[in-house]
Design a protein around this ligand. Structure first.
Ligand SMILES: O=C(O)CCC(=O)C(=O)O
Ligand SMILES: [Fe+2]
Length: 277
């Protein structure tokens, strides 16, 4: 089965519906080229200084560059993209709120073999979440075109319903081929992996992911984004980054203060009960 495609004017519930059913969907040409180009220019100095990955999973010919919010002001538009937030709110609707999980440019260089197939939710110490209870909703924005030869993400469509520990063969996967500016939405439960890059050009995707706010974030936003930068960000983005309580009480400061108070004194309410992200 192939990966479904939706148009950029798709409604959040249409995206969420396919993510819940198949584990993945591509939304074509969602971000304008000039936005993707601005992000590319802003990240270039950081990407060029990023070392290759240390192991097979990270990819020894792959550069993973994070802290996008701090390093690329333009990337904040993708982080806050209404379709990403709207679809995530539906995929993770069983939780009180969600938060930003990580921001990462993934530049797969020539000659990189395929990444091992995995579920992103294995990051949570391989906890076996109940089937249908998604804890992550993820997006990979194509910074370059994704083609089968250049390492388009490989997805086992429908494997979000498979059991943990299932072994899939490369022939079970489909490449998420898409144009620059298109976006692959996928759940934390679907088996997938970066593809092998058999070309002489680098494939770049911006992985921006969200998780239920009762779990830990993979990229530590409080330390990745310096306080001075955080102070200049909109309240809504700050809350998404984790300057909000998860569920009822998680992450409060001292005398039950809302964590947004660390950046915006006087803004937060006192007491338990966070705002939804
Ligand atoms: O770069 C890709 O296509 C996917 C990478 C991935 O799945 C991961 O690093 O978890
Ligand atoms: Fe992954």
């Amino acid at each position: 089965m192939g990966i479904a495609h939706l148009r950029s004017d798709a409604a959040p519930d249409a995206v969420a519906e396919v993510v819940k059913a198949d584990g993945a969907v591509i939304v074509d040409r969602l971000a304008p080229r000039d936005l993707m180009d601005r992000i590319e220019r802003e990240l270039h100095p950081w990407v060029s200084r990023t070392p290759m990955g240390p192991d097979e999973f990270s990819g020894r010919r792959t550069r993973r560059t994070g802290a996008l919010i701090a390093r690329s002001p333009a990337s904040r538009e993708l982080v806050m993209h209404p379709l990403a937030l709207g679809a995530t709110a539906m995929v993770l609707a069983h939780a009180t709120n969600f938060q930003l999980h990580l921001t990462q440019s993934i530049a797969i260089g020539p000659g990189e073999p395929a990444q091992p197939l995995h579920r992103d939710q294995w990051a949570f110490d391989f906890f076996p979440f109940p089937r249908g209870y998604d804890v992550q909703c993820n997006v990979i924005w194509a910074q370059t075109a994704f083609t089968e030869p250049n390492g388009a993400t490989r997805v086992v469509v429908g494997s979000n319903n498979a059991e943990d520990g299932r072994v899939f063969a490369p022939s079970d996967t489909m490449p998420a081929e898409m144009e620059l500016g298109s976006a692959l939405f996928y759940s934390g439960s679907v088996y997938h992996g970066g593809g092998a890059n058999q070309t002489d050009a680098t494939r770049v995707g911006l992985n921006i992911t969200y998780n239920v706010a009762w779990l830990r974030q993979e990229e530590n936003q409080y330390l990745s984004v310096p306080h001075e930068v955080a102070a200049g960000l909109p309240d809504e983005l700050l809350r998404l980054m984790g300057y909000a309580r998860g569920a009822y009480a998680l992450g409060y400061i001292d005398d039950l203060r809302d964590p947004i108070e660390a950046v915006r004194p006087g803004l937060g309410s006192i007491g338990f009960r966070g705002d939804a992200a």
